[in-house]
Design a protein around this ligand. Structure first.
Ligand code: CUA
Length: 344
């Protein structure tokens, strides 16, 4: 994503996104600096490309209509001002204007928009094929449970997919309605408790893309975010192999002490770590937390300082989050951070 420059197209797209921001929930302003504000008009996935093409077509057509109508209006105002004397009645001419401007042109233009929309709907339906990788994503207030059931991988707040291959995303919710949206990859789809909605996405370019919750779900809706990591297929296979293997045993004394703190401090009541007795399920799985890009579902960059701050007082960072503060002695906190950082 390094090739982004300020072309006129990007300026226009930026203006449009600014206008859209007023009605687009989940466009957080305080996310980690490592991820740019997602731009649905800079598509990197098949679904978003289809929608962006339609958006530009509709926008261009609308602009032509707007300029034409404004031009005619100004023309009429200008000629009226210059004209003296009464207006000659000419019913035939007026009827022609009604036929052309009121019926024929709108039918043609709306028909064109309708046709392009139908083409988009059919094209969106066509994303996907056989042998798709399946990922189950469950929405929680305010995080994302990520499950690769075929591969036996559990994770959270990060979805890894291979580039150029369709991926079947099965969406549901554990509490209220959320919505899964990676603006640069694919249009959004709601996550509804008790139902499974299926989205087939296909990333066209490797990169990390910010995903957002696009349905108001409570106090921290705007900061319920995730990262979609699109990787070349061989890199994805490496990633999956490492995840299937699970995190390493605690290597040093500090990590081993941290492993004990994890149990003693009550972390395991809500969090799971693969290959251990820690199997809580109320909060995000932490089996690979050391290698994730963000903490707190996209709120903080993942580094030791932020991790310590998050453990000590998550309510300060993300008020309303389900995780309570964990009061630890300095030594225990350092050990716990070291252990969590080793989970990758
Ligand atoms: Cu979850 Cu908004």
């Amino acid at each position: 994503m390094a090739e982004r420059t300020a072309s006129p197209t990007r300026w226009l797209a930026g203006l449009a996104v600014l206008a859209g921001a007023a009605v687009a929930p989940g466009c957080a302003h305080d996310a980690p600096a490592s991820r740019e504000t997602p731009n649905a008009l800079a598509p990197r996935g098949t679904g978003s490309r289809i929608v962006a093409e339609e958006w530009w077509f509709t926008f261009s057509l609308g602009s032509v209509v707007f300029v034409t109508v404004m031009g005619l209006t100004l023309f009429v105002l200008g000629t009226r001002r210059r004209r003296t004397g009464p207006v000659e009645p000419d019913d035939r001419g007026k009827l022609q204007w009604i036929w052309i401007g009121g019926i024929i042109v709108p039918v043609v233009l709306i028909g064109a928009v309708f046709g392009v929309s139908m083409r988009s709907i059919v094209a969106l339906d066509g994303v996907g094929g056989d042998d798709e990788l399946t990922v189950s994503v469950t929405g929680h207030q305010y995080w994302w449970e990520v499950e690769y059931e075929d591969l036996g991988i559990s994770s959270a707040n990060e979805v890894h997919v291979p580039v150029g291959e369709p991926v079947r995303i099965e969406l549901t919710s554990a509490d209220v309605i959320h919505s899964f949206w990676v603006p640069e990859i694919h249009p959004k789809l709601d996550m509804i408790p008790g139902e499974t909605n299926v989205l087939t996405i296909q990333a066209e370019r490797a990169g990390t893309y910010r995903g957002v919750c696009a349905e108001y779900c409570g106090l921290q809706h705007a900061r319920m975010q995730f990262v979609l990591v699109a990787m070349p297929p061989d890199r994805f296979d490496e990633w999956a192999a490492a995840r299937i293997q699970g995190p390493p045993e605690p290597a040093g004394d500090v990590e081993r002490a941290g492993f004990e703190v994890f149990g003693d401090a009550g972390c395991a009541a809500c969090h799971a770590v693969a290959g251990t007795d820690y199997q809580g399920w109320a909060g995000p799985d932490l089996s690979d937390v050391g290698s994730r890009l963000t903490l707190g579902a996209g709120v903080l960059d993942n580094n030791p300082g932020n991790l310590g701050g998050w453990i000590s007082d998550p309510q300060q960072i993300k008020p309303g989050v389900r995780m309570p503060a964990t009061r630890l002695e300095g030594e225990d906190l350092i050990a716990l951070i070291a252990y969590l950082r080793s989970l990758r």
